[in-house]
Each structure stands twice: as structure tokens, then as C-alpha cells.
Design a binder for this molecule. Structure first.
Ligand SMILES: [Zn+2]
Length: 265
């Protein structure tokens, strides 16, 4: 989305698309190492989740890593949060891990059903690269009306990648009222949105102190999650772009209340 709406010149694309300019300094952790193909629907141990809540495996990546999901609460408002989609943008992982406990502490369970997808691109994260193991940008592989069939890194056809299919199926199943996505950007932090989310983004910006960057500053993002969910489905999408390389804990403290308020609606 935002990082995904960047101007087209090769240089800026390299920066904005977060492809190779800033190599992530983080090393793959044990949990990011290749895993055997999981049993879909099986529980896995959760990190920072309240006791008794287990992450579920929704599917697997090209290389067989599990794509995990956690559903919290039982309210009528359905919200989806995607912790990561570009493998070289890890700044949101800490916030994603902290969110279950924060959701419980905020007593949102009665009004909201929150689905968290920890990381839809675990192969990319393990390799510290933007795309998945096939070199496809998952955030260009959704069946948006502006899908680009000509750029190989967009996957050729919509939903050609297992990671995008997992996310598509979740969205189709829960039909969320709001989708939040964590990304990171090379030289600044900002919040962006797609679909009918201007008021949500403005409120988030005020509460977090993170500037709102309008979509007009970005070039089209064919096949992106924002294009499909926000513009085509007309479901509000809020994109939080952390500053690349910034302190994850400080980021979480900065956005914690704003994220919870957006989730609460
Ligand atoms: Zn991104």
C-alpha cells in the first residue's frame, strides 16, 4: 500500500518498494527458520498472547513456513490486523506480538472480534527480502481491478501465490470492518489509507503523532491489498509505516493507544 504506491523511477522504486537499499540488520531467529509443512488449523504456541489463546496455522508459505493467525474477542465488529507482508519490513513485528495482551487489557473483547495474522510472508522475512520465495510481491498479487499482469514480480495472475491466497481467504471469510497493516519506510514514518478510511486515518494520526500522508503522493499500486480491499471492496484499510530501522518497542508505545482505538471503532 503506501510503500507500494511509490513513484516509478528505478531509484525511488528501490527505496519505496523497500527492495534492497536498506538491508534489514535483523538476523533470522529460530522461529523464522524453515519449518515442516504445518497441518492447517493446528494450534501453535503463541507469543505474548494471553493464557489459553493459541495461534492457529492458516496455511503455509512457498517454502512451507506456517502463516499464523490469532482470533481474539467475540464482538460484532470484525477487525483484521496484518503484522507484516513485506519480508524486509520487520518493524511491526514487536507491535504485533504485544497486541494480544493490549487488546485484553483494553477490555475490547466484548465489542470486537480481532483477527491477527502475524506475518503473511514468513519466507520473505527469513530471507530479509521484500517478496516471497518466488520473488513475488504479495502486496501486488491480490485480485484488484488494477492488477498488473505484465510485471513478473507481481505474480502474473491474481492469487498465484499461497501467501496471498491465505490472506484473501481470511478477508473473504471474516469480511472485516477495518484492516490494519504494518509496514516500514526507509526515511520517514507515516500513516496512509485506502478506501473509506480518511476519518480513521486522521484520528490515528492525531492520537499517535504520526503524520498522515495522502495517497496522492504515491503512484498507483496495482494488485495491492489496499487496491483490492480498500478501493475495490470499499473496506477501510489503514497502513502504518514505521520508520525503517527504528526501535520496535518505541514504535509500539507510540501507536499503542491509536491502534487500540482504531480497533475499537
Ligand atoms: Zn511495505
Amino acid at each position: 500500500m503506501a510503500a507500494h504506491r511509490s513513484k516509478a523511477c528505478a531509484c525511488i522504486m528501490t527505496i519505496v518498494l523497500c527492495a534492497t537499499v536498506v538491508a534489514c540488520s535483523h538476523r533470522a531467529t529460530t522461529s523464522e527458520l524453515p519449518a515442516p509443512p504445518p497441518t492447517v488449523g493446528a494450534s501453535t504456541s503463541g507469543s505474548a498472547a494471553p493464557a489459553g489463546i493459541d495461534w492457529k496455522v492458516l496455511g503455509s508459505s512457498v517454502q512451507g513456513r506456517p502463516i499464523r493467525s490469532l482470533t481474539l474477542g467475540h464482538g460484532s465488529r470484525k477487525v483484521l490486523l496484518v503484522g507484516g507482508i513485506h519480508g524486509d519490513e520487520r518493524e511491526g513485528a514487536y507491535a504485533t506480538a504485544q497486541l494480544p495482551a493490549a487488546f485484553a487489557a483494553a477490555n475490547l473483547a466484548g465489542g470486537v472480534t480481532l483477527t491477527i495474522i502475524e506475518d503473511v510472508n514468513p519466507d520473505g522475512r527469513a530471507a530479509a527480502q521484500r517478496g516471497n520465495a518466488n520473488g513475488v510481491d504479495i502486496n501486488r498479487n491480490f485480485p484488484a481491478s488494477n492488477f498488473d499482469t505484465h510485471e513478473p514480480s507481481y505474480g502474473g495472475t491474481p492469487l498465484s501465490q499461497p501467501e496471498s491466497r491465505v490472506l484473501f481467504d481470511v478477508i473473504d471469510r471474516i469480511d472485516p470492518a477495518l484492516v490494519l497493516v504494518f509496514h516500514s519506510w526507509v526515511d520517514k514514518q507515516f500513516v496512509n489509507f485506502d478506501g473509506p478510511a480518511l476519518a480513521i486515518a486522521e484520528r490515528f494520526s492525531i492520537e499517535s503523532g504520526i503524520s498522515l500522508t495522502p495517497s496522492s503522493e504515491f503512484s498507483p499500486t496495482p494488485g495491492s491489498l489496499g487496491s483490492y480491499v480498500g478501493r475495490d471492496r470499499r473496506t477501510p484499510v489503514l497502513t502504518i509505516e514505521f520508520l525503517r530501522g527504528s526501535d520496535p518497542k518505541a514504535n509500539w508505545e507510540r501507536v499503542r493507544s491509536a491502534v487500540l482505538n482504531a480497533i475499537a471503532g
